[in-house]
Ligand binder design. Structure first.
Ligand code: NAP
Length: 319
């Protein structure tokens, strides 16, 4: 089969399309014929080698994909050949024609969801669900700021928030990103690259926002307190550096700052997320937005674009 293989850490171009053997499922592993792969920023951090824990070389990147069950190990009880699924992890990497996944790390892909859309499910929807409902514990009629609403996680967070009857404030820096977040349910959108946008948020929500899903904490965490309500909560989802921070900001507003990494979630938390995702996709209030779809061989270009371009939903690779 064809698969992207990384032999050395470095620039996107270290990812090469190669011929490798199709892996064989053992025990509780399931072999998936991958039809579409979801690209996430973390795969660029890992590929560069600049991340707290990096994979052993050589490796095939990727955790998110959608496809069809090809075969299953003799310990598999939940899935059979032909089932349409999305992946929530991968043993062998998803940037490939086939991938091995433990049966607990698969979700059922509803018939009304295409494989391309399915590739953009797990990381964005699970991350945003966990931030909103398992960390920030948002409740009806609260106001939430999705600080970075145009990307994979942000769009998913907007859709969850809208369905939960929250007032949704989003931010994006391009016109198309702003338009997309608005179409997906944001009540109002501001431009996080414009001077004074936090003042505009304060005008819109004079009492402050109750909860913030933060996509770029090293840039925004201190500023978030300008718009946070008394007893407000912030969940750090994305971060690309460090900052100078005065903890007194927390005291002044009785605030809570929490962080999360999806890979820390328990299987109980994940089962709750899979059930919520299935409900949302089936009923149509969740709808993954694919902005760009490209052949697997263009994985290097996908990595350039996800870091260097303005966000607009998901980038998907087709093996
Ligand atoms: P993405 O699709 O590349 O989107 C990035 C988002 O960040 C876009 O909405 C972008 O907006 C926004 N952004 C850029 N500059 C910003 C600023 N100054 N303030 C606020 N937002 C800004 O990435 P993603 O998949 O949505 O992931 C978002 C972040 O969360 C990434 O850092 C990723 O590594 C992280 N993440 C963490 C977890 C976890 O488990 N904790 C899981 C998934 C992702 P514009 O392009 O419109 O400027």
């Amino acid at each position: 089969m064809k698969a992207i293989v990384v032999h050395e850490f470095g620039a996107p171009e270290v990812m090469r399309l190669e011929d490798v053997p199709v892996p064989e499922p053992q025990g509780t592993e399931v072999l998936i014929r991958v039809r579409a792969v979801g690209v996430n920023p973390v795969e660029t951090y890992l590929r560069s080698g600049n991340y707290p824990s990096v994979p052993a070389l050589p490796y095939t990147p990727g955790k998110d994909a959608a496809g069809v069950v090809e075969s299953a190990g003799n310990g598999v009880t939940k899935w059979k050949a032909g089932d349409r699924v999305y992946t929530a992890n991968s043993v062998s990497g998803t940037y490939a024609e086939y991938t091995l996944v433990d049966e607990r790390d698969l979700g059922k892909l509803p018939e009304n969801v295409s494989f391309e859309e399915g590739a953009g499910i797990w990381t964005p929807y699970a991350t945003s669900y966990r931030a909103l409902f398992q960390k920030l514990n948002v409740t009806k009629r609260e106001t939430v700021l999705i600080h970075g609403a145009s990307g994979g996680v942000g769009i998913a967070a907007v859709q969850w928030s809208k369905n939960a009857a929250l007032t949704v404030i989003g931010t994006a820096s391009s016109k198309q990103g702003q338009e997309l977040a608005r179409e997906q349910g944001a009540d109002i959108i501001f431009d996080h690259s414009a001077e004074g946008y936090l003042n505009e948020i304060k005008e819109f929500a004079p009492g402050g926002v109750n909860a913030i899903v933060e996509m770029l904490a090293n840039v925004n965490l201190a500023k978030d307190f300008d718009v946070l309500a008394m007893r407000g909560r912030i969940c750090v989802v994305g971060n690309r550096g460090s900052l100078d921070f005065n903890p007194r900001l927390l005291m002044g507003k009785d605030a809570t700052v929490t962080g999360m990494a999806l890979y820390n979630s328990t299987y109980d938390e994940r089962d709750e997320i899979h059930a919520a995702v299935f409900d949302g996709l089936s009923h149509g209030y969740l709808k993954p937005i694919v902005s760009r779809s490209m052949p697997l061989v263009q994985a290097p270009q996908a990595h350039h674009e996800i870091i260097e371009s303005k966000a607009l939903g998901k980038i998907v690779l087709i093996p």
